[in-house]
Design a protein around this ligand. Structure first.
Ligand code: CA
Length: 358
């Protein structure tokens, strides 16, 4: 997943909010700082490049999947239709009404992490006649089968859905497969009939099905920011799908993947799940918190582009808001001028008419 170069680092830094602090600085100083950060942060970029240095094996699932599901020492457990081979883990075969899942049995206590999922969805179903998709989980409970892509509804934690079947025929403004994210504290229900639109934090369409190559999904959680990226074109580059701030997720939850088929089906294969620790500094106050007690939440349920409450979103939305205010003022000013001109003309016409009458 080659993403090297300064540009990538800058984008990473932006996402990490490192540049926020620099926003108020004078331009010259900002550029200088940016260059310095660029040069010292290449290590950081390497993490998302798939460097093994920060790979956490206890949370990763890789070929040939030795020891998966066997014995009490196993770090991954599976359920349902899941089939473990030496080349892939098939959550469901291309058959109707199957459900399968695979779960990391080791809770994750990393505060900042990035999960790379290599997967393949393929089947004999023609256009729109396949389903239902895969969900990637970071949740309080594991191995709780249910109706949400093979996992329980009212889950507690994070879900990223790769929804391959359009249930909501009113939602024609987006194409499927559609990738979306949802955070739940247990109170929300995922609505299949709306393809989860009511509860989603953001999403994107991605042609992930029946590709000759494997497809990739990256989920990053760091400093309250959730970012989902996809690599589905075999070009070895990430495309941003979701980027939202104001997200709170605890430590101590479990990673998992699940899938389900209904009347329509697909092979849903996980090739690998690789967990990378992100080296991010936290304030002593943050470090002293008990991160396991955090309740999953999102402070904004708007489009990520409109994040204004979030500190890391500020630097992008502030100039926008400024422009909006400026445009509004300009419109108001123009309105006043037009009114004044029209008023003056009307007044003049009346005066002339009055003159003619008297
Ligand atoms: Ca659906």
């Amino acid at each position: 997943m080659a993403m090297g170069g300064c540009e990538r680092v800058v984008s990473t830094l932006f996402q990490q909010g490192v540049l926020v602090k620099m926003y108020n600085l004078r331009t010259g100083a900002s550029i200088y700082l940016l260059l310095v950060l660029c040069s010292v942060s290449l290590v950081y970029a390497d993490i998302t490049d798939g460097s093994n240095e920060h790979l956490k094996r206890e949370h990763s699932l890789m070929k040939p999947y030795q020891g998966v599901g066997t014995g009490s020492s196993s770090q991954w457990d599976f359920w349902g239709s899941t089939l473990v081979t030496s080349q892939y883990i098939r959550l469901t075969p291309d058959d109707r009404s199957k459900q399968g899942s695979i779960w990391n049995t080791v809770p994750c206590f990393l505060k900042d992490w990035e999960m790379h999922v290599q997967f393949k969805v393929h089947g004999s179903g023609k256009k729109n006649l396949h389903g239902d998709g895969i969900a990637i989980w970071y949740t309080r409970e594991k191995l709780h089968p249910g109706p949400i892509f093979g996992n329980q509804d009212h889950f507690v934690g994070l879900a990223v859905f790769v929804d391959t079947f359009r249930n909501d025929l009113h939602g024609m403004d987006r194409s499927f497969p559609y990738i979306s994210a949802m955070i739940n504290n247990g109170t929300l229900s995922y609505d299949h009939s709306k393809d989860g639109r009511v509860t989603e934090l953001g999403g994107c369409s991605a042609e992930i099905r029946n590709k000759d190559h494997d497809t990739y999904l990256a989920i990053r959680y760091s400093k309250g920011r959730l970012t989902v990226m996809v690599d589905v074109d075999d070009k070895n580059e990430w495309k941003e799908c979701i980027d939202i701030g104001g997200v709170r997720l605890p430590t101590g939850y479990y990673f998992g993947a699940s899938s389900a088929t209904g009347d329509l089906s697909d092979n849903h294969d996980i090739i690998s799940m690789k967990m990378y620790q992100l080296m991010v500094e936290h304030t002593p106050e943050e470090d002293n918190l008990d991160w396991t007690k955090i309740e999953p939440s999102v402070s904004l349920l708007k489009s990520p582009k409109d994040n204004i409450d979030d500190p890391t979103g500020n630097f992008r939305s502030t100039p926008l808001t400024g422009w909006k205010v400026f445009l509004l003022l300009l419109c108001a000013l123009l309105g006043i001028v037009v009114c004044a001109v029209v008023g003056a003309v009307v007044f003049q016409k009346r005066q002339e008419r009055n003159k003619r009458f008297y």
